[in-house]
Design a protein around this ligand. Structure first.
Ligand code: C2E
Ligand code: SIN
Ligand code: SIN
Ligand code: SIN
Ligand code: FE
Ligand code: FE
Length: 439
């Protein structure tokens, strides 16, 4: 018979799961959702660690992992240790079994798994992290399609003294409730991201360099830079969250106006002549017009990103202070020689200033029809030289501060064609959002 205090505690857990599930509706971004879902699911059973795998063809790709012990002991919470780690989608692993059978597996002790069971605990992750998974619950993340979206694993529940405690009787039921609600939010976020990336694929018909991989790299780097910049300025957490939730989608669409620029111009092997250059520069206004009706916060942010991404800190960028429809200078915005004045300094939205840095950096390290790729150190050097000229010095500071993620972003989203399908809609694998102390 359950004791009264157990009952009270259990009602508490149920209600907590309900609150946590409801609060997911404030998020739109796949990465923020994955991070929140894993953290919340772990908190429901005080799990020390956990992972989420996303199904991609015949693989389960590790999308995110969290481990309080490693974070404390090794202090490397910011690095996803197993970038692009994937399991085969078969019955041999716990994760694979659960994804295929779509039912929860609660294992009190991995050492006691029957050697004749179809599944075994795969220890690759444990071994390279020097960690031991004893107790593990693996739940399917089920969407609308018959196949599951992926699985979530919650590892090593601890009692308040930090000792292994196993599962409580109702843990499975509560987690299933929470994960099923979370799956709906996650599926919507994935829908939005994949729709956005399909738009990027349309851009790449005109500019083959403007790939989903480039879009995701720019989105990821923009989010990293914003995260650093806004943390340094002590922007309130909720405000940072609202921007970070939409910035990646907006960033992916920065060059959507290129769909109206002839392919012959964008793929020209040499430098553009003046007329071609003017046509190419038109991609900014064409793109901005698509988003000028601000029906949502995302429209507004995307508009600012597109309109300002080729402005320069020193005022020499384009399109400058023009009427969006006609392209003509706004009243009083004409400079010497009748030329339109560029936006300058903080007249350029912070989103445009950040996107300029992320976009140019990625253009430098990538091959283009008109240039070869530069290596990381030369590219960084060019970016630093342009600080205060092309770029906002504080944004360059944030780029330099996040230098450690540059390699990781390129590894996550390489240009090769086989990886295009694999990487599409995958989490960007940003570093975790810096939570305010005590949150
Ligand atoms: P993109 O190739 O994605 O380049 C984006 C921005 O990165 C460029 O904006 C420019 O500011 C910067 N960038 C690219 N390569 C270099 C470089 O070698 N050195 C430096 N310092 N900066 C670089 P921009 O110039 O406004 O060009 C916008 C888009 O127009 C480019 O996007 C590309 O699609 C096209 N484009 C620009 N110049 C040429 C060109 O000479 N030939 C061709 N075929 N296309 C060009
Ligand atoms: C792994 O750690 O590689 C996956 C664990 C499992 O699902 O067996
Ligand atoms: C912002 O916080 O959105 C703009 C601040 C700035 O322009 O520096
Ligand atoms: C380029 O278009 O290749 C150079 C432009 C810049 O330095 O900003
Ligand atoms: Fe552009
Ligand atoms: Fe671009």
């Amino acid at each position: 018979m359950a004791l009264f205090c157990d009952l009270v505690r259990d009602i508490g857990k149920d209600r907590k799961a309900g609150h946590l599930a409801a609060s997911l509706s404030e998020l739109t971004d796949v990465d923020l959702l994955l991070e929140r879902i894993l953290k919340d699911a772990r908190s429901l059973i005080s799990a020390e660690a956990g992972s989420i795998y996303i199904r991609r063809g015949q693989k389960l790709v590790l999308a995110i992992s969290q481990n309080d012990y490693l974070e404390r002991v090794v202090g490397e919470s910011c690095e996803l240790p197993f970038l692009n780690y994937a399991l085969d989608l078969d019955h041999a692993s716990l994760a694979g079994y659960v994804a295929l059978e779509q039912r929860t597996l609660a294992i009190e002790n991995t050492a006691d798994i029957d050697p004749d069971a179809p599944f075994q605990h795969h220890t690759a992750v444990d071994k390279s992290a020097n960690y031991f998974t004893q107790t593990v619950m693996t739940l399917p993340i089920k969407g609308m399609l018959p196949e599951s979206i992926g699985v979530i694993q919650l590892i090593n529940p601890l009692d308040p003294h930090g000792r292994a405690k196993g599962f409580d009787e109702d843990d499975e039921k509560i987690l299933e409730f929470y994960v099923n609600s979370a799956a709906m939010s996650l599926e919507k976020a994935m829908m939005l991201r994949s729709l956005t990336l399909r738009n990027v694929e349309l851009i790449s018909r005109h500019d083959p360099q403007e790939t989903a991989a480039h879009a995701q790299r720019v989105a990821c780097l923009s989010a990293e830079i914003f995260e650093h910049w806004s943390t340094k300025r002590k922007t309130p957490y909720q405000e940072r969250l609202r921007v970070l939730d939409l910035f990646p989608l907006a960033a992916m669409l920065h060059d959507i106006g290129k769909t109206s620029v002839p392919r012959s111009i964008l793929t020209k092997p040499g430098r553009l002549d003046l007329k071609e250059r003017a046509t190419m520069e038109g991609h900014v206004l064409i793109g901005a017009r698509l988003f000028r009706q601000h029906r949502t916060q995302l429209d507004k942010l995307t508009y600012q990103v597109i309109l300002d991404h080729h402005e320069r800190w020193d005022g020499q960028g384009y399109p400058g202070w023009v009427d969006i429809d006609t392209g003509r200078p706004l009243p009083g915005r004409v400079g010497p020689g009748g030329r339109v004045l560029g936006k300058k300094g903080s007249e350029i939205s912070i989103y445009g200033r950040i996107l300029a840095v992320a976009d140019v950096y990625d253009a430098l390290v990538s091959r283009r029809s008109y240039k070869d790729s530069f290596d990381e150190s030369l590219s960084i050097q060019i970016m630093e030289q342009e600080s205060g000229h092309h770029f906002d010095p504080q944004v360059i500071e944030s780029l330099l501060a996040r230098r450690s993620v540059l390699r990781r972003i390129r590894d996550r989203f390489p240009d090769s064609e086989d990886n295009e399908e694999m990487a599409r809609e995958l989490p960007l694998a940003r570093a975790p959002l810096a939570y305010p102390v005590g949150a």
